[in-house]
Design a protein around this ligand. Structure first.
Ligand SMILES: Cc1nc2c(=O)[nH]c(=O)nc-2n(C[C@H](O)[C@H](O)[C@H](O)CO)c1C
Length: 154
């Protein structure tokens, strides 16, 4: 049986891991291994451990970079680490970051964090079980959280 790893953070202001797990369970019967780490910079090694020690076939790594300059630096470092962990393990780690300043207020932030977590969780399910569904969506301007932008008219 395939296993999906879910890792999120305590720094985030919304329970992104819970939304991702709920979305996965609504769509497929699969083993899920969930862990939570303090912040985004802890996601790379946590994801790598989920793959190497817990046998996860794919990981969704969720976090919320804050609005300050040092948070954005942290987020960039975390992203670099996540890419490195993917290359080291030859396994996808789908990074789901919602920057705190993407939303105009707390209500929109909560909405965005829930929807992006859910929509990427569905991407993870499709990547693992139905890759042909993603091929059908190629070039269609999908966005996770806010509205899809659609393909260019030509
Ligand atoms: C400055 C900073 N900003 C963020 C952030 O915006 N989002 C986040 O999830 N975590 C942040 N952290 C914490 C680090 O990612 C990490 O948890 C600590 O440095 C401990 O390794 C730090 C230290």
């Amino acid at each position: 049986m395939k296993t999906i790893g879910v890792v999120d953070t305590t720094f985030a202001r919304f329970n992104m891991g819970r939304a991702a797990v709920d979305e996965i369970q609504q769509n497929i019967s699969v083993k899920i291994k969930r862990i939570t780490v303090p912040g985004v910079k802890d996601l790379p090694v946590a994801s790598k451990k989920l793959i190497e020690e817990d046998g996860c076939d794919i990981v969704i790594a969720l976090g919320m970079p804050g609005a300050k300059e040092q948070d954005k630096i942290c987020a960039h470092e975390a992203s670099t680490g996540i890419i490195q962990a993917q290359l080291m393990t030859n396994t996808h780690i789908i990074e789901v970051f919602v920057h705190e300043d993407e939303a105009k207020d707390e209500r929109e932030l909560a909405y965005l964090m829930e929807m992006r977590s859910r929509e990427h969780a569905l991407n993870v399910v499709n990547m693992l079980f139905h890759p042909e569904k993603l091929v059908k969506q190629a070039g269609t301007g999908q966005r996770q959280g806010f509205e899809d932008v659609g393909a260019v008219r030509h």
